[in-house]
Design a binder for this molecule. Structure first.
Ligand SMILES: NC(=O)c1ccc[n+]([C@@H]2O[C@H](COP(=O)([O-])OP(=O)(O)OC[C@H]3O[C@@H](n4cnc5c(N)ncnc54)[C@H](OP(=O)(O)O)[C@@H]3O)[C@@H](O)[C@H]2O)c1
Length: 266
């Protein structure tokens, strides 16, 4: 496997797990002009998208036999970037905000017929729900259902400006997980700015990496498979307490993998 990426030096995490293997690797500076990096074995293992949870899920149908359905809550900068990935891949997705669906109609139509503007209640009937709202709005969305059992939430928020004390010294994704009682919580699709995430993830014959962290194997499998269907290369960072920290904001600090635009080959 090869990596094409921007400058990154990833160090200083705890030993003894996959995240630490990733952390012990230094990814050296590469230009965006097509410089291809060869990286050392531990990172190769972490980034081996041909194994592990994703492919198991691709072979696992939904118990009811129906197709999974998807929603994006929040149709601002990052919500629309995600929506473009769905449209590019021909996958239908509901989009909702606090506003009436009619107010999203023209922006949604400009992206593609795969987008279905709905009200919030209808969007929350989806199996996998992307949370693309400001971090401070996540409790409002969480209050919209009495129980989130059976739902998978993909937390795309960045808690920039929220202090570690406000987060109770948890990862921001753990805080979101607490609010969505019963949901399977995945942190992911949040480490790139919208202007990058919205681009075709097929880059020079490789696939753009999205980082995913979850405490739930089932959610990791579901969302990993979806990331692949959207054309990305999902990279499993492990649990919310460890992997989540690598791809979050807290106070004015960004996690070490935030903004790292990586592409896998092979
Ligand atoms: N922008 C980026 O490049 C980027 C990259 C990675 C992650 N993120 C994270 O993604 C999140 C959204 O950022 P953004 O830049 O897309 O913000 P944005 O452009 O301001 O969009 C926020 C969206 O959330 C909706 N919203 C707010 N409160 C809501 C609620 N209670 N229920 C339903 N919808 C609600 C807003 O719609 P209405 O207010 O009209 O209802 C709007 O569509 C933030 O946490 C941000 O840190 C952003």
């Amino acid at each position: 496997m090869q990596l094409l990426g921007g400058a990154a030096e990833v160090q200083g995490l705890r030993d003894g797990d996959e995240v630490a293997q990733l952390a012990q690797v230094q990814i050296h500076e590469a230009s965006r002009s097509g410089d291809v990096l060869r990286v050392s074995q531990p990172l190769k293992e972490v980034l081996d998208t041909s194994s592990s949870r994703w492919h198991r899920q691709l072979r696992t149908p939904k118990p009811s036999g129906e197709h999974m359905n998807y929603a994006i809550i929040g149709f601002g900068t990052i919500g629309q970037a995600l929506a473009k990935a769905f449209a590019r891949s021909g996958i239908q997705v509901s989009v909702a905000t606090t506003r009436a669906p009619e107010s999203l109609a023209s922006a949604a139509a400009a992206i593609g017929p795969e987008l279905v503007p709905t009200d919030l209640a209808q969007a929350l009937t989806a199996d996998i729900i992307f949370l693309a709202v400001p971090f401070g709005s996540h409790p409002d969305v969480a209050r919209a259902l009495p129980s989130w059992t059976g739902k998978t939430i993909v937390d795309v928020t960045n808690a920039y400006g929220v202090s570690p004390e406000q987060l109770g010294d948890k990862s921001s994704a753990q805080v979101v997980a607490q609010a969505f009682t019963g949901a399977k919580l995945m942190k992911g699709f949040n480490h790139l700015v919208a202007g990058v995430l919205e681009q075709d993830p097929a880059v020079q014959g490789g696939r753009r990496v999205v980082f995913l962290a979850s405490d739930d194997e089932g959610a990791a499998a579901q969302v990993g498979a979806l990331a692949e269907a959207l054309g990305f290369a999902p990279v499993d960072l492990g649990g919310l307490a460890e992997g989540g920290l690598l791809v979050q904001a807290s106070g004015t600090t960004w996690g070490q993998l935030i903004f790292k635009d990586l592409v896998t080959f092979g």
